[in-house]
Design a protein around this ligand. Structure first.
Ligand SMILES: Nc1ncnc2c1ncn2[C@@H]1O[C@H](COP(=O)(O)OP(=O)(O)OP(=O)(O)O)[C@@H](O)[C@H]1O
Ligand SMILES: [Mg+2]
Length: 457
């Protein structure tokens, strides 16, 4: 059962939403129904998020990301369509049920942290549990644990203003972790951080995720962030889904010109991994065979080297044709001493960007070896270079056609407001209501309290 399921979701702001849904369901663009005096924020969006998945929703400013995520936790009622959490339709839930859902099943992390400025880091991290009525000792213990998970051990007694922006966001994350909900929604959670800290946070999130296996819905307008974090990515355009797929699917097979333009500038070497460019290892040599057989195998395949692999697919090493040839002439009978065992091995998930140095140093193709130590593929240097060439907009005049599709996104994403400086004072000014919104205790009015906190931009 999916952890989160959105089915034909619509959110229309303004009067006459029903008429708007009817026209939009008919395929109209949201600009075509402006005369109804409505804003169609989310249009006919359907997807399923599996437990343990990181599902990224990405799109330009105004594409409907925040509106969508607020419908997923019941902060905003949909105009049409349903949201299911663990198989339960929350669209029909009474407010009390939604509040319980948000306190027990879904936490949220915001862009501008939404911390209480006068509370300690510990109390901020424990806030979700406090709302749930958990006794002080227990919630502090859980908050300490969560703070340790995000690397903030020793900072418990400080207040947010004493922390850098990156650290404050880790408090926000710790709050979600302390609440120990299965689902975490993150709306532009890293967008206010400067690039290096942002990368750091992404890595930390991936590490935590590998350990904790939460279901994460992560909103961003940064494609590289989306590609790095997302198991799957949902590209929104003007409220509608343009494409849902893995980073590689979106990169290699964009659904339309819009998505193709979006991904044009992506650093492919960061998205593609060893497993996506590796090839079948041919030929391979059985370590129990002698040098003569090895030599014949290489000559038959017209190759100057080959990998030596046991029947259980464990990689022993590699041999070179010249070395084996000489050994055969010297009448060497055993292969063992001729095998080069110190060759470079890479994990299937290694980004292509990290393979170049190793590939340059190795006389053999790179050997890809998985977690159970099985030899799963090889990456010859030429393959690595070929992986760099984009597959879209490069052939048969298609480039001219797709040069400027209607409504194409600008080459660069729009600026994301003023970046919060380290320990930005603006953060400390955030009204306490914003912190409430973070755990939703006082946010049932569905006024966008986190946006209110951002309203100071
Ligand atoms: N409460 C509201 N009332 C009226 N219109 C709204 C409301 N909230 C959002 N909108 C409109 O809905 C559309 C989608 O907004 P939303 O905030 O979901 O976009 P977004 O993708 O999150 O953008 P950003 O990247 O800027 O955060 C926008 O046109 C916005 O103006
Ligand atoms: Mg938004």
């Amino acid at each position: 059962m999916p952890a989160v399921r959105a089915d034909k979701l619509y959110k229309i702001f303004g009067r006459r939403p029903a008429k708007a849904v009817e026209l939009l369901a008919d395929g109209r663009h949201r600009d075509e129904i402006r005369h109804l005096n409505v804003t169609a924020a989310v249009i006919d969006v359907s997807f399923e998020v599996e437990p343990g998945e990181i599902f990224v929703v990405m799109g330009l400013s105004g594409s409907g990301k925040s509106t969508l995520i607020r419908m997923l936790n019941g902060l905003l009622p949909p105009t049409a369509g349903t949201v299911q959490i663990d198989g339960t339709d929350i669209t029909a839930m009474p407010k009390s049920g939604l509040r319980k859902l948000r306190s027990e099943k879904i936490s949220m992390v915001f862009q501008h942290f939404a911390l209480f400025p006068h509370r300690t880091v510990l109390d901020n991290a424990a806030y979700g549990l406090e709302v749930r009525g958990v006794a002080k000792e227990e919630r502090h213990a859980k908050a300490r644990e969560a703070l340790a998970l995000v690397g903030l051990e020793g900072w418990e007694a400080k207040v947010p203003g004493q922390l850098s922006g990156g650290m404050q966001q880790r408090v926000g994350l710790a709050r979600a972790l302390a609440a120990d909900t299965d689902i975490i929604l993150m709306d532009e959670a890293f967008s206010a951080l400067d690039p290096l800290i942002r990368r750091d946070m992404q890595s930390q999130l991936l590490e935590l995720q590998a350990r904790l296996g939460k279901t994460i819905i992560f909103i961003t307008h940064d494609l590289n962030e989306a590609m790095r974090l997302g198991d799957r990515i949902c590209v929104l355009r003007d409220g509608r889904v343009a494409q849902i797929g893995t980073a590689e699917e979106i990169l290699n097979d964009p659904a339309n010109d819009y998505v193709a333009q979006f991904v044009e500038d992506v650093d492919r070497t960061r998205v593609l991994t060893a497993s996506s460019v590796m090839e079948a290892p041919i030929p391979v040599i059985d370590p129990d065979k002698g040098p003569r057989a090895a030599l014949r195998t290489m000559r038959d395949n017209q190759t100057v080297s080959a990998f030596v692999v046991r029947r259980n697919r464990q990689l022993v090493g590699a041999v070179r044709e010249d070395v084996i040839g000489a050994a055969v002439r010297d009448n060497v009978k055993e292969l063992d001493s001729l095998i080069d065992t110190g060759l470079a091995r890479v994990h299937p998930d290694t980004p292509v960007a990290d393979l170049f140095a190793q590939a340059a140093e190795s006389p053999y193709p790179l050997a890809v070896v998985d977690d159970s130590d099985r030899f799963v593929g090889v990456i010859p240097r030429v393959t690595l270079l070929a992986a760099l060439a984009p597959t879209t907009g490069s052939d048969d005049g298609g480039a001219a056609e797709s040069a400027a599709p209607e409504g194409a996104p600008p080459a660069a994403p729009p600026p994301d407001g003023p970046p919060a400086a380290e320990g930005a004072p603006g953060t400390a000014d955030a009204p306490e209501a914003a912190a409430d919104a973070a755990t939703h205790s006082a946010a049932d009015t569905a006024t966008d309290t986190d946006t209110a906190a951002e309203g100071s931009r």
